[in-house]
Structure formats: C-alpha cells, structure tokens
Design a protein around this ligand. Structure first.
Ligand code: GAR
Length: 217
C-alpha cells in the first residue's frame, strides 16, 4: 500500500513541485495525497491541480481564532490519512494542540541554518550579521517556532555581492535537492528520533553542500 504524503503551502510552492517531481521520477512507494493551502491565491495550487493532485484551501481569514483554524486544517489533513505532513513554505504559526495531533509526522523546511535565524527575513538577517555561510534546515516540528529535531541541513556561501534575493535563490536550489530526499526517508520510516535528536543510522551527516557550485567559480 502506498503511503500518503500531505503537503501544506502558502505561496509559490517550488519545494512542493520538487517533491511531486521526485516522487514520480524516483517511483516512491508513496503518493502526494493532497496539497493544502491557507491562501486561495497560492500560485503553487495550479501546479498541483495540473498534476492531478487533490488540492484544497483552508483559509485562515475565515476563522475566529488560531485554534479554530488549526482544528479545521487538522481535520482536512486527517481525511488523507498521511504518514508524513510536509510544511513546504507554509507560513503559519501552529498551535501546540495541532503539533501534538501530528506528532512525529510534521516536517518543516526553514531557510536558515537553525538554530540561527528562526522566524522571518532569514536571508537579510544572515547578510546583516556578516555570516559567511547560510542555508536551510529540514526538521521535525515542535511547539516552539522553527525548532525541533534537525533531520538535514544545506549550506551555501554568502557572497560579498549577495542581496537577500540572490542568497534566497542559492539556498532554494539546495532546498529542492534536500527536501524531497528527506521526505522519502521519512515515508520509508528510516528516521528515528532519539533523545531529541534524529539518529543518523547510516552514520552519514545529512548535509547538502552547495559550497562549490560551478556558477560561483
Ligand atoms: C522556502 O524557501 C522555505 O524554506 C521557506 O519559504 C520558501 C517557500 O518557497 N519557508 C519558510 O520561511 C517557513 N518558515 P516555495 O513556496 O517556493 O517552496
């Protein structure tokens, strides 16, 4: 039986596209059962629809409270019986109740090398801080924003000429490689959390290296 993956988006959905493409190309024993957005105008919805994936919108504006929205979102997710729920550019703070409901299933991608720069404007903050490297983190979601056991990270250089936009693009390229790979591991049940850390069963550090990209030469 194929495992179900539910993907939450709020906008462009380029990570979602990378996941959908990898799932098809690599023949995962899983299917993208639903793409759910909290915004009706999320451009990513059209891609999912065009690929025959069930899409729906749970619009946070329609709800009186964060709790009510999370309850409705959770109910929609549950209908698809997911093994894994991927937050791929999902720009909502989640309640502890929601996180508890999907404990061990929620995986987020965040565009910084956590625990540095949780929250917004990560690339601008990395440049302002004079960081020489930046990147992205894929992690299990806990009740604390942009925290939780780290599964994998991708690292890229910060160039002297970088703007938040150019740095974001360089990081995003790595996200597109890392995110599908991590989700495949999660769907295959290969990830184990032990003592608040994700075990690396193969003894390999799950780090995507974008330090030597040809276009930086
Ligand atoms: C990605 O860079 C992702 O890491 C970030 O939003 C972007 C979504 O792009 N996520 C967050 O900032 C979550 N805190 P996408 O919609 O094209 O995948």
């Amino acid at each position: 039986m194929k495992k179900n993956l539910v993907i939450l988006i709020s906008g462009r959905g380029s990570n979602m596209q990378a996941i959908v493409q990898a799932c098809a190309k690599e023949g995962w024993n899983a299917r993208v059962a639903a793409v759910i957005s909290n915004r009706a105008d999320a451009p990513g919805l059209a891609f999912a629809r065009d690929h025959g994936i069930f899409t729906t919108v749970v619009d946070h504006i329609q709800f009186q409270s964060r709790e009510a929205f999370d309850q409705a979102l959770g109910d929609e997710i549950m209908r698809h019986e997911p093994t894994v729920v991927a937050l791929a550019g999902f720009m909502r703070i989640l309640t502890p109740e929601f996180v508890k409901r999907f404990e061990g299933k929620l995986i987020n991608v965040h565009p910084s090398l956590l625990p540095a720069f949780p929250g917004l404007r990560t690339h601008a903050r990395a440049i302002e801080a004079g960081c020489r490297v930046a990147g992205a983190t894929v992690h299990y979601v806990t009740a604390e924003l942009d925290h939780g056991p780290i599964i994998a990270q991708a690292v890229v250089p910060v160039l002297p000429t970088d703007t938040p936009h150019t740095l974001a693009q360089r990081v995003l390229q790595q996200e597109h490689l890392m995110v599908p790979c991590v989700l495949r591991w999660a769907l295959q049940g290969e990830l184990v959390i032990e003592g608040g850390r994700v075990k690396q069963p193969d003894g390999v550090s799950h780090c995507w290296n974008g330090m030597n990209q040809p276009n930086l030469a």
